[in-house]
Design a binder for this molecule. Structure first.
Ligand SMILES: [Zn+2]
Length: 391
């Protein structure tokens, strides 16, 4: 295997590489070349070979590790490389392909797309709720985090100008308005904005963020961004455009799936690329904040998980190394979401143990004692909520 071929450095080869010591490495043309190695205590004289493409981390500029070369994407027949940066604990997919067609399919199939079905459920049911914001925050870490951040940041609900970017079907902006907040929703999808305006009233506009940011500098006190940043090609530039929208003392509230809670060797446990390009950790957001001279504060989730004990099961994530694709080659739906028939055992669990927070918490601790690969969510959970302000 030693020679001039590009062997790639993938996670599966880690034990092998742990057994050798590099003698001399040279970085040239964006690749790391190993000229000599010490193998099993003996120095081997070798031809140059490329250890791995030294793809730089777009977040912290550190070298990355190729974790998977040929990861099955969201749609059958499209494959990605998955890179991991062990400096800022960020995973990302490559190449970055245009996902517009995939989003069109997701919208077309609406309620049936796994992972997106819950958005439609909320869109269809939130107007029947007496307490729309409570309806959102009781069940979902994203909205719970946003609500906690707003409680901390807003003293005058009418005077504080809030913009929700990526407002989608519009229910968060609706729920916040019902609570008395002064919020406007912004989304790039005309279809989503039309749906939101017709269902919740004229509080939504369809614009590209970069154009909107140029036209409205220093116009908002708070910008909310839930479950958006992991979809964006250039997240640092995107956040920069958001910061431009904020007044001097303004703040950005952002949620995204939290990689921090997963062990580093879990390759990808979030929506498959190109829907999600990124799997960020708290550390990643810290690096982004530093690079833009922003002050970062993370919302503490203990209040949420006390009422709703939850775990991250990484044993299961390991088994599901690759998520099955959602769309077929011609764009049709392979897997169908929506309400599912539950087994009797699951129904019993939901109606008994899971409905009592203290009992569920004890049950989770017992599972860990019994050796289940599980992390109990506490101050940190599977979603992170970051508050970013100018330093
Ligand atoms: Zn990095």
């Amino acid at each position: 295997m030693f020679g001039t071929e590009n062997i790639g450095f993938c996670a599966q080869m880690k034990p092998f590489f742990n057994s050798i010591r590099l003698w001399r490495t040279v970085v040239k043309n964006g690749e790391i070349w190993v000229q000599n190695v010490i193998f099993a205590g003996k120095r081997e004289s070798l031809n140059q070979f490329t250890m791995y493409k030294a793809k730089k981390c777009p977040i912290c500029n550190h070298h990355t590790i190729l974790m998977h070369d040929g990861f099955q994407g969201y749609k059958v027949g499209i494959f990605f490389k998955i890179y991991f940066c062990d400096n800022c604990i960020t995973s990302f997919s490559s190449p970055k392909v245009d996902a517009t067609g995939i989003y069109e399919e997701i919208y077309k199939n609406g309620e049936k797309v796994p992972g997106y079905d819950r958005y439609w459920y909320v869109y269809n049911h939130i107007k029947d709720q007496k307490d729309p914001l409570g309806f959102l925050t009781n069940s979902d870490e994203d909205y719970w985090g946003v609500n906690e951040a707003l409680k901390q940041l807003v003293t005058d609900k009418k005077e504080t100008k809030i913009l929700e970017i990526g407002s989608g079907l519009g229910y968060l902006t609706y729920a916040l308005r019902k609570e008395g907040y002064n919020v406007l929703g912004l989304d790039i999808s005309e279809e989503a904005v039309d749906r939101a305006n017709s269902n919740f009233g004229d509080h939504y506009i369809c614009r590209d963020l970069f154009d909107f940011s140029k036209e409205n500098p220093a116009s908002y006190d708070i910008v909310i961004l839930t479950e958006v940043i992991e979809h964006i090609d250039l997240p640092i530039e995107f956040i920069q455009a958001i910061i431009k929208l904020l007044v001097k003392e303004g703040a950005m509230v952002m949620t995204t799936p939290n990689k921090s809670i997963a062990p580093n060797d879990i390759i990808w446990d979030t929506e498959s690329p190109p829907v999600h390009h990124w799997w960020f950790s708290e550390n990643s957001i810290g690096h982004i904040a530093d690079s833009l001279s922003l002050k970062l504060e993370l919302v503490d989730y203990r209040g949420f998980y006390r009422k709703k004990p939850s775990e991250y099961r990484y044993g299961r994530a390991r088994r599901k190394l690759e998520r099955p694709p959602i769309l077929s080659e011609d764009g049709g739906l392979i897997r169908v979401g929506g309400p599912k028939e539950q087994s009797r055992l699951k129904k019993f669990y939901k109606s008994s143990i899971a409905s009592m927070p203290k009992l569920k918490s004890a049950f989770l601790k017992l599972k860990i004692l019994l050796g289940t690969k599980t992390t109990i969510c506490s101050a940190r959970g599977t979603i992170l909520c970051a508050i970013l302000k100018r330093a």
